[in-house]
Write a protein that binds this ligand. Structure first.
Ligand code: FES
Ligand SMILES: [Fe+2]
Length: 545
């Protein structure tokens, strides 16, 4: 039963599902708004033009919102450490009159450098350092030094904590790491939105996982590369987003105040018909809808994947946000947003997703040494850009080989990374430090790369509750079963046959609880790998004739 549910949830995670058209008068949503996007006529001529685009040259990583955590994973009034571009921040969510707000500071007390994330939120809503009790307001101004007789207005300006703008948006905590014009946060643009998340008809299931051995750019490129889905994940729904000579990909991009966005679209109607038993019986003409596999990238962190009809409607969206926790690492945040009758328990979804992510984590981590080494090489040659040599290509475009029709979008993203990453905060310094420390030579052992406890359990309160409950059920079932056995042997008056179901029931519950508990820890074997390799859809094994 659980496996069936897992299968179902994986279909949700890969954007399976479509919406029936509601009528011709439906408004086309922003995925199909062509007026703001540049539709490609000649992709290759456009690509060479855009790879030197001044818009990318102007791209400023510090002038964007970054998602750092789901709000539901941070306890109310409990300062928590998050990381963004290799800088640790202390973040706390507070509640005043039913309104939630966020305090966010660089995680260093101005007094003697202690971590503010070890502190507490006071009753008045200030963040108080746990070391000597200095308190700070939302703007970082020091409002109390318990040991000082001076008034707060007399404190040195050096006593201020470094606060950063922070907001809650669609259940995520967002930080703005860069300078703000006139210190007026109301002038900042909104973070990117997923419209379906605000629609009450859709249920949202949120997931999180840290990847200490996968650079955030590699993770984003992986998410936007549907070709790997059928091999690494053995999931045929990825085919809806992959291009082929028959089903060409259309790539559009737009530049606006919110930054750079790319949309790729692949006709999915025929593919859908071929794999759907009911639709297969229909002719193309009789198909009730025109379905497109749509992938959107909102630089530099946000991706959505969905199948949409002509009106731009969908029943499922899989949304991703990749937090650039630092160079060579990342935090994966995703949401399955679907028209479901109920919200599946979060922990069930997390078991499915951990299993799904394990399937290609080692593969993506294994890209890290060659790709980051290529970046270092380009930086050595040209401090300004990863685009070291126009003829040879940049760090990624010079390293990778593009042969698939899907590479239209994959290659464009690589051009974007090559054009802009040298400007990513602290990237050059961290890359050089990683190289010096020998971290670009190989990847850590599988046990580290796939450590579900550190990467997920330790940061997910829902899964922690599940593990606690499983441990309780396991221990209770052991005690009850043992007590039944002892009592049956000692007391001849007890009818053992009548109550046989007691040990069976409790042993089953204990076994199930232990199986669930184990899913939150390192759980990989050669058998898993063999099973995954054998599960690749047969039609993908097309050996050259
Ligand atoms: S280090 Fe924070 S109050 Fe002293
Ligand atoms: Fe979880």
């Amino acid at each position: 039963m659980l496996l069936l549910l897992v299968q179902f949830l994986l279909l949700v995670a890969t954007g399976e599902g479509y919406a029936l058209p509601k009528g011709r008068q439906s408004r086309r949503n922003h995925y199909f708004r062509k007026s703001v996007s540049h539709k490609l006529t000649s992709f290759h001529s456009w690509l060479s033009a855009s790879s030197s685009s001044s818009s990318w040259d102007d791209f400023d990583y510090l002038q964007h919102w970054y998602p750092v955590s789901w709000a539901c994973d941070i306890k109310l009034n409990r300062p928590t450490q998050v990381s963004l571009f290799d800088i640790p921040y202390a973040v706390a969510i507070t509640k005043t009159n039913d309104t939630l707000s966020v305090l966010a500071y660089e995680d260093r007390c101005p007094h003697r450098g202690a971590a503010l994330s070890e502190g507490r939120v006071t009753e008045t809503g200030y963040l108080q350092c746990a070391y000597h009790g200095w308190s700070f307001d939302q703007q970082g101004k020091c409002v109390q030094i318990p040991q000082s007789p001076a008034k707060s207005s007399q404190y040195s300006t050096r006593a201020c904590a470094k606060a950063v703008p922070a907001i809650l948006h669609q259940g995520l905590v967002w930080l703005w790491p860069g300078p703000v014009t006139n210190n007026d946060v109301t002038l900042l643009p909104s973070p990117p939105s997923v419209p379906e998340m605000d629609d009450p008809a859709f249920k949202v299931t949120r997931t999180v996982r840290d990847f200490p051995c996968i650079d955030w750019t590699l993770l984003l490129s992986n998410i936007m590369d549907p070709d790997h889905g059928m091999f690494a994940h053995q999931a045929s729904p990825f085919d809806m987003y992959s291009a082929s000579p028959e089903y060409q990909m259309q790539v559009e991009q737009s530049f606006d105040s919110a930054g750079w966005q790319m949309i790729s679209k692949v006709p999915a109607q025929e593919k859908l018909r071929n794999r759907d038993r009911i639709l297969r019986g229909l002719t193309t003409k009789a198909m009730p809808m025109n379905i497109t596999g749509v992938t959107t990238f909102h630089a530099a962190t946000h991706v959505t994947i969905s199948r949409r009809n002509e009106q731009g409607e969908t029943s499922f969206v899989t949304a991703f946000w990749v937090c650039p926790t630092g160079t060579g690492r990342s935090r994966f945040l995703s949401a399955a947003v679907g028209k479901l009758p109920f919200s599946p328990p979060r922990w069930v979804f997390h078991i499915a997703l951990n299993r799904f992510l394990d399937q290609d984590s080692v593969l993506v981590a294994s890209q890290q040494p060659p790709v980051l080494s290529a970046e270092v090489k380009c930086l050595d040659e040209n401090q300004q850009s990863m685009r070291s040599d126009a003829a040879k290509g940049g760090a990624r475009t010079g390293l990778f080989v593009y042969q698939s029709p899907t590479d239209r979008s994959v290659r464009l993203i690589d051009f974007f990374w090559d054009a802009t990453l040298a400007k990513a905060p602290r990237r050059s310094e961290t890359l050089l430090a990683m190289k010096t420390a020998g971290l670009l030579e190989s990847i850590p052992p599988r046990k580290v790369v796939l450590d579900r406890k550190v990467q997920h359990l330790d940061i997910c309160p829902d899964s922690q509750n599940t593990v606690r409950n499983c441990e309780f059920i396991k221990q209770t079932s052991l005690v009850v079963t043992a007590a039944w056995v002892v009592r049956t042997f000692l007391n001849k008056n007890v009818n053992a046959r009548m109550f046989w179901w007691i040990p069976v029931l409790f042993s089953g519950a204990g076994w199930s609880a232990e199986w669930i508990r184990k899913q939150f820890y390192y759980n990989h074997s050669e058998a898993n790998r063999d099973r995954d390799l054998k599960s690749i859809p047969k039609r993908m094994w097309l050996d050259p004739k």
